[in-house]
Write a protein that binds this ligand. Structure first.
Ligand code: PAF
Length: 280
């Protein structure tokens, strides 16, 4: 496995690759969720590239850029063991020659930014799309792998690929959970014991909502209220229902309805997200 930290070397290595290439873009602190993306890429492709880059331009000023977990050595060991061909782990200066105000960015349209995470995380998806587009260009990957936990991110990236005619296939991969149901996230490392217990209520709310829908309850307010009761000890950012195909907020509860939750834990103020298809 090659560990590369600069663009010139990456380009040289990419030229040497034969067959298909899968890209797994990450910010490191790899967990079983990332490993499932890597495993899928290795199954689908001749070469798999993992990028590890804590992308500063997708963090807001009051967010956790400085404390975001960084563990490059351990991440590389995990990648090597998994059978990754290249780890691309550049420094910030290698990727961005100037600050965000002076960069050409890819900005998703307002129709996808007027809701959910984009409403509170201003500029977040510009940062995500811009780094992801750079990684697509640099790696020339045939496929790229993203987790369904970041459902809005996945939708926006798929849209970017379609709108800008990127020659790459986006492969969505299922959410990976701890045994007790907590969706895996690098940010789970921030959770205190009490926060960790309360965080389980997010999955509990999703399960309850899904149970109600399956019992035939298709009134949004009834399902929403049931979720909010379960989430009462968390700082809820949103509990929202969208159509999975359009990402439009929906009043209808049907087989396309995706329920998404974002909430902060009371002690460490860790912002967690999760989602499920109501009829899954
Ligand atoms: O999902 C993430 O970890 C990040 O948003 C991504 C896609 C690696 C871009 O920095």
């Amino acid at each position: 496995m090659k560990i590369i930290d600069n663009i010139a070397c990456l380009k040289e290595e990419i030229k040497k690759l034969q067959g298909s290439t899968g890209l797994i873009p990450t910010m490191g602190a790899l967990h079983k969720g990332h490993l499932s993306l890597i495993k899928q890429s290795i199954k689908d492709n001749d070469n798999s590239i993992v990028s590890i880059f804590v992308n500063p331009i997708q963090f807001g000023i009051n967010e956790d850029l400085d404390k975001y977990p960084r563990q490059l050595k351990k991440d590389c060991e995990l990648c090597e063991k998994a059978g990754v061909s290249i780890v691309f782990a550049p420094k910030v200066q290698e990727i961005y020659k100037s600050d965000k105000n002076d960069l050409t960015l890819i900005c998703p349209p307002i129709t996808v930014l007027d809701k959910l995470c984009a409403k509170t995380r201003i500029g977040h998806f510009d940062g995500v799309c811009s780094i992801v587009a750079k990684l697509f260009n640099l790696t020339k990957a045939n496929r790229a792998y993203f987790g369904q936990k970041d459902a809005q991110q996945l939708f926006i990236i798929k849209k970017m690929v379609e709108d800008l005619n990127f020659d790459i296939e986006i492969i969505p991969c299922p959410i990976v959970r701890e045994e007790d149901g907590l969706a895996l996230s690098s940010r789970n490392q921030y959770l205190s014991k009490d926060d960790r217990t309360l965080a389980l209520n997010i999955q509990k709310a999703l399960k309850t909502a899904s149970g109600l829908a399956k019992q035939g309850i298709n009134d949004k307010k009834t399902i929403l209220d049931a979720c909010l009761i379960i989430l009462k000890d968390l700082e809820v950012d949103y509990v929202e229902f969208v159509d999975k195909n359009t990402f439009d907020i929906t009043e209808d509860i049907n087989k396309n309805t995706l329920l998404l939750i974002a909430a902060k834990t009371p002690q460490s103020k860790t912002r967690l997200i999760d989602n499920c298809l109501l009829y899954q």
